[in-house]
Design a protein around this ligand. Structure first.
Ligand SMILES: Nc1ncnc2c1ncn2[C@@H]1O[C@H](COP(=O)(O)OP(=O)(O)O)[C@@H](O)[C@H]1O
Ligand SMILES: [Mg+2]
Length: 265
């Protein structure tokens, strides 16, 4: 029951707020402790009520800044839910104890949350812009607070299992994949007016013959003062990866020069 799940989570969160202790073996406990602070729970609850999310499953990936969960929409379709951590757990354990009671840092928690929500909404809008320009990205579905809901990029036939990353895949057609990614960089820059800024074999998913760009939180508008620097780095990352695979990529800096010379294309 979706509502049951949310209520249970809310109950656990409020128990935590009251100082209650929970059994460590529960997955929910870990989830509530590390990710689902009260505003996050409320964001999830609203997404449940709005009929966006039907059911939350476990985390499929966990990084420094965000966790990705497999979820289902109300009719059982797959969803990916990216929850941005409002306070990095290391940071919470290490420093927050010293800062929380200090009147100079009273506003810290709220400010960090605002920043993280901005980051989340930026990723949502970047994904929309990329999609509209024809770049293959997970389709963004909804965003509330620090929670981003998008299309789940999974292994066909295996529910809840994310497709592998480019770095872990042996490509059937590396030349074709290289051309596709090069065209995505160009479409992003000229069409979406964006630079990914964290593009590498770590942020490309591979499903069958399809390449899907992910992780658009750090993408910037071409008007950003460092956009060209990021563009050059993205291009070098992709070119050098495929060059290592034996693809004749040509000179990355030449491609960069062509692209940056006429952004409007
Ligand atoms: N839409 C998605 N569908 C399925 N898995 C995803 C999706 N987006 C991300 N993932 C998985 O989660 C991992 C982390 O996501 P990412 O957006 O790259 O966040 P991070 O900032 O932690 O790198 C990815 O490497 C991928 O395995
Ligand atoms: Mg990533």
């Amino acid at each position: 029951m979706p509502e049951g799940d949310a209520e249970e989570l809310a109950e656990r969160a409020s128990a935590r707020a009251r100082g209650g202790k929970r059994a460590k073996d529960s997955e929910l406990f870990e989830v509530v402790e590390e990710v689902f602070d009260y505003p996050t729970l409320m964001a999830l609850y609203k997404l449940l009520n709005a009929g966006v999310i039907g059911r939350m499953h476990g985390a499929v990936a966990s990084g420094k800044e965000a966790r990705i969960y497999w979820a289902e929409d109300p009719s059982g379709g797959d969803l990916a839910v990216k929850i941005f951590l409002t306070v990095a757990s290391e940071f919470r354990r290490g420093r927050l104890i010293y800062m929380e009671g200090d009147p100079r840092f009273r506003r810290l928690r709220g400010d960090v949350r605002k920043l993280v929500e901005l980051w989340c909404s930026k990723e949502f809008r970047n994904l929309k812009r990329a999609l509209e320009a024809g770049v293959r990205v997970p389709r963004p579905i909804a965003r509330r607070g620090n929670v981003l809901v998008m299309e789940f990029i999974g292994v066909p036939g295996v529910r809840g299992k994310p497709a592998p990353l480019l770095k872990d895949v042996e490509l059937e057609d590396p030349e074709g994949a290289f051309r596709t990614l090069r065209s995505y960089i160009e479409l992003l820059y000229r069409g979406a007016k964006l630079v990914h800024a964290d593009l590498s074999e770590y942020n490309v998913m591979v499903r069958g013959g399809e390449l899907i760009l992910i992780d658009f939180g750090s993408a910037v508008d071409v008007g950003h003062p460092m956009a060209l620097e990021f563009l050059r780095r993205d291009i070098r990352n992709i070119f050098s990866y495929f060059s290592r695979l034996g693809v004749d990529t040509g000179d990355p800096d030449e491609f960069y020069s062509e692209l940056s010379a006429s952004p409007a294309g």
